[in-house]
Design a protein around this ligand. Structure first.
Ligand SMILES: N[C@@H](CCC(=O)N[C@@H](CS)C(=O)NCC(=O)O)C(=O)O
Length: 238
């Protein structure tokens, strides 16, 4: 049995970490049984969630977890895709994780109201005397990461414009299909959906939401994925 270590649910989402959501969906797509437990990033070999322990073997990072399960269990989450579609899937994954994800993080963390109603609560159980220092430390680390990846160097309007371009690219790839590459979900679905669900979570204010809502096929896609993989959880409000 595989044990999946995650951050846990929060802010109306089944998993606050899009990467944990991605791995959970990919385990379901691979039809593998797993046990889900809360994990502290300090206990992860790469200092981040998610990670898995599979028969004593520890694998960290969602992309390497996918490679592990596909290799070990002989599963191909992109079965049926052409080589061009596989290349496109990889490009979409990288855009979602390494670009749109940071755009979402910018608005979630650096908007003071969003921070107060979201990430600030991670420190609710910390000793009161340390709470503000811990919050400031997290904000500083996220801001430094945003600067390092480049997103944090732009104005709010520019960041929203960059995010809108990614939303449009995903919507155009999806077209009128139920899933990105046809009638059934493939591996990249887990990535794209998880980043969209986190970035456009109605719990937070985000200038990208009106742009997302102007793309009804994308809104329906997020709802379809949520219903399929988390039927008991909150739906994204349209
Ligand atoms: N490349 C990693 C990214 C994982 C990631 O960014 N996890 C976040 C939570 S969403 C985390 O643990 N952040 C804590 C940190 O970086 O210190 C993956 O695909 O698993």
């Amino acid at each position: 049995m595989i044990t999946l270590y995650v951050a846990g649910q929060g802010f109306g989402l089944p998993e606050v970490s899009p990467y944990a959501m991605k791995t959970e969906i990919q385990l379901q797509l691979a039809d593998l049984a797993y046990d889900k437990r809360p994990g502290r990033r300090e206990d992860s070999p790469k200092g981040q969630v998610p990670w898995i322990v599979d028969e004593g073997e520890t694998i960290a990072d969602s992309t390497f977890i996918r490679a592990h399960i596909e290799g070990k269990y002989g599963v191909d989450l992109d079965a049926g895709l052409t080589p061009e579609q596989r290349a496109q899937a990889w490009a979409l994954e990288r855009m979602a994780e390494n670009h749109l994800g940071w755009v979402g993080a910018h608005f979630r963390f650096l908007d003071p109201n969003n921070f107060a109603k979201g990430p600030a609560h991670w420190f609710d159980q910390a000793p009161e005397a340390m709470r503000e220092t811990l919050k400031a430390g997290l904000l500083e680390a996220v801001a430094a990461n945003l600067k390092a990846v480049g997103v944090g160097r732009h104005s709010e309007a520019e960041i929203a414009w960059l995010g809108e371009r990614s939303l449009n690219a995903i919507a155009l790839t999806l077209g009128d299909k139920p899933f990105l590459f046809g009638d059934r979900p493939t591996g990249s679905e887990a990535v794209v959906f998880s980043i969209l669900a986190t970035t456009l979570n109605p719990w937070f204010d985000c200038p990208l939401r009106p742009r997302f809502e102007a793309l009804p096929t994308l809104v329906a896609y997020v709802e379809r994925m949520m219903d399929r993989f988390y039927p008991d959880r909150a739906r994204m409000a349209a």
